[in-house]
Design a protein around this ligand. Sequence first.
Ligand code: HEC
Length: 248
Amino acid sequence: MKSSATLRRLCDCTPAEKTLYTSYLLVVGLGYLMAMVYLYTSHAGHDQRPGVSLEDVAANYYGNRSGTRLEAAIRGPMAGYISAEDRTEVVAWLKSGASRADYQVSVEPILERSCTGCHNPRSGLQVPDLTSYAAVQQVAEVDLGESLHTLMKLSHIHLFGIGLLLFTVGMIFRLAEMRGWIKVSLIALPFAAMLADILAWFLTKQDPVYATVVVIAGGLLGLSLTLQILLSLWQLWVPPRGAPREAE
Ligand code: HEC
């Protein structure tokens, strides 16, 4: 027998330890459920359809970059006033985030040439003013999703907060009895999933296809955490049959 002999099992814990572990696991489980409800209610319906879809997740990080009034106008009722080349230029500017610097270089000359004859405050027409950057912004508000700054704030909170949560639940779960490789996998999986999830937020900000990774990684994190909690609770109160396993 090795020096550590047999590992202490969850069912061998003292009543005080069992009470502490059980209360903690229940509170963590409830907290996780609340987090899911919160995620659901804050992501659902971005795409005007009920429930949370991949499009909703993509919209949260990538935004909806084709939703401006300006783009709708130059593809629709104002299409006749603008050349195809100029339209491509304006749309590219909108998709890149509609910055002031690019506006002055490439967009202002186009608008002056084709649009401001009617779209100025003195025209007397009930039309949006397109003679300055500030005015154009009113019809060029692009939804770019969560800002990088917000994502960095959220990711450090998640790394510290969920990291600590996974550590404490893992400290309890490591006393559960099962094959060594299963236990090691179930302990490593949520950490890996959390890292993949957070990395995928940043990737989705660049390209909406990564929304799938956000969803899969988030699902794996939830699944492995749930398994750790349920298996620990089970083994705390229902002693496993047979002799204790060798420490693994
Ligand atoms: C001959 C005058 C005229 C020219 C030139 C013109 N517009 Fe317009 N525009 C209008 C009028 C009138 C309206 C309001 C009625 C409408 O929405 O069709 C309008 C509406 C708009 C709107 C608001 C649509 C909305 O969401 O309500 C936008 C944006 C717009 N134009 C952009 C442009 C752009 C960009 C150009 C240049 C490529 C341009 N317009 C050229 C007359 C003009």
